[in-house]
Design a protein around this ligand. Structure first.
Ligand SMILES: O=C(O)C1=C[C@@H](OP(=O)(O)O)[C@@H](O)[C@H](O)C1
Ligand SMILES: C=C(OP(=O)(O)O)C(=O)O
Length: 460
């Protein structure tokens, strides 16, 4: 049987162990009048950009700092924290567990407390909430029920729950095993010790266990058992914030992390801007030409967005760090590239949108785990790029994107903030692009539309 690769399908290729699959179904037409949520007409850039874009705090750092502050031995203060759906859900969950979290002139002031059970946690669609809080709930004095959006129930949770079970924490599934909803029955303490985790599907399985581990009686010796590990910078971020809070972590052996038991210091910290969220704005300079600047760019960071300047340069930009301002300048011509993104999968939607507008094909590798993100991002990106007339095929671990002239159409977003921002990037170049449910950007960037319009200026 011969097969025709199609959008939204795996395509046979040399590295695809799954081999050929069935012929693609035709794309469902999108009727903009019947779509849920707002349909936003993405503006076309009127000319080269010249913008300074202030990007709010990092989601990943905000939610790590919140968890550590909740488990600390004294009060803490978070300056420049991101206020978005993912971080507000984290704060709400910690409050329900008994932690004090007050707003003080824009800062979050956190007062740790004995964690109480008998509560429910709404994870929304936040990976950081659903993966970071079950180990915290194990320290509570009773049952903590976890659930989230319909899409959250599809996201992988099994390795976290298996690890907790291995640490003698009771976990009660309420639906499909290894998925939300479930209840963690906290016993007020966790003995800790050695545990094996297969984190092939998400680095967050490792980060969540490490964040709570100093509060386990024997600490934790965590071994990753899978063949590949995504998003290592995010695990390094976890190790770094733990060390900053006075926790002893040994990460000197490959795929092994040892956290010593001990107190977590309550601290006064400032959150770095979210570099991955900055990515869509910086990428806009390549699409429209001109310069986009992002202030507060850290000289050194564990955020995977640190890879952006190098990636954008390969795609045709010039970048400069002027003090703490990153300036990215583009010509309007974007080059395709072959890129392994396993360390920075959350950048993939931005890079895929650029690739669809490039002057040569691109291949993105190392991102099979994106199938378990907010949506199956490989399918979503292939489907939506193809819907606009481009061509994108899935491989076993990524995408091959062949640029073609794009046309007007509605980009579906599947409750995925980064699908919405990718749609905005395509719309900068292609007249008539609309983005379904643009409000989904509120997951990490509630003012995305306002920021995008300000970046474009009055002519945009
Ligand atoms: O720990 C974190 O803050 C994150 C880790 C990564 O998850 P995966 O390893 O599941 O990709 C990343 O994609 C996500 O946006 C945030
Ligand atoms: C994968 C992402 O989020 P989450 O923290 O929900 O996994 C993301 O923001 O790209």
């Amino acid at each position: 049987m011969t097969t025709t690769p199609g959008p939204g399908r795996r395509t046979p290729d040399a590295v695809d162990p799954l081999g050929p699959v069935d012929v693609a179904q035709p794309l469902a037409p999108v009727d903009a009048d019947r779509l849920p949520g707002d349909v936003w007409a993405a503006p076309v850039a009127a000319g080269p950009l010249d913008a300074l874009v202030d990007v709010p705090g990092s989601k990943s750092l905000t939610n790590r700092y919140l968890v550590l502050a909740a488990l600390a031995d004294g009060p803490g203060r978070l300056r420049g924290a991101l206020r978005s759906r993912d971080t507000v859900l984290m704060a709400a969950a910690l409050r329900s567990l008994g932690v004090g979290i007050e707003d003080d002139g824009g800062d979050w002031v956190i007062t740790p407390a004995t964690l109480r059970g008998g509560v429910e946690v709404d994870c929304g669609l936040a990976g950081t909430v659903m993966r970071f809080l079950p180990p915290v709930a194990a320290l509570a004095d009773g049952a903590v029920r976890f659930d989230g959006d319909a899409g959250a129930r599809a996201r992988p949770m099994g390795p976290v729950l298996t690890a907790l079970h291995g640490l003698d924490v009771e976990v009660v599934p309420h639906g499909e095993r290894g998925h939300l909803p479930f209840t963690v029955v906290g016993a007020g303490a966790v003995a800790g010790g050695p545990v094996d985790v297969d984190a092939t599907a998400s680095s967050q399985f490792v980060s969540g266990l490490l964040l709570a581990a100093a509060r386990f009686e024997r600490g934790l010796l965590l071994r990753h058992t899978g063949r590949t590990l995504p998003s290592l910078p995010h695990i390094d971020m976890t190790v770094e914030v733990l060390r900053e809070a006075g926790v002893t972590v040994d990460d000197s052996r490959p795929a092994l992390w040892e956290v010593a038991p001990g107190p977590i210091a309550g601290r006064d910290v400032r959150v770095e801007p979210d570099l991955s969220n900055a990515g869509a704005f910086l990428a806009a300079a390549l699409v429209a030409g001109g310069t986009v600047r992002v202030p507060g760019w850290p000289a050194r960071t564990t955020q995977p967005g640190a890879l952006l300047p190098g990636i954008l340069e390969r795609m045709g930009a010039t970048t400069r760090l002027e003090g703490d301002v990153l300036a990215v300048t583009g010509t309007g011509t974007v080059h395709g590239l072959d890129l392994d993104l396993h360390e920075a999968g959350e950048l993939a939607p931005t890079i895929a949108a650029l690739a669809a507008l490039a002057d040569s094909p691109s291949r993105l590798r190392g991102i099979a785990h994106l199938r378990g993100h907010e949506t199956d991002r490989l399918t979503a990106l292939a489907t939506e790029i193809t819907r606009l007339g481009g061509w994108a095929e899935q491989t076993s671990d990524g995408l091959v994107i062949t640029p073609r002239p794009l046309h007007a159409g509605v980009v579906r977003t599947y409750h995925d903030h980064r699908m919405a921002t990718a749609g905005a990037l395509l719309g900068l170049r292609v007249p008539g692009v609309k983005v379904e449910d643009v409000a989904t950007t509120g997951k990490t960037l509630p003012d995305f539309v306002g920021m995008w319009q300000r970046m474009l200026g009055p002519a945009g």
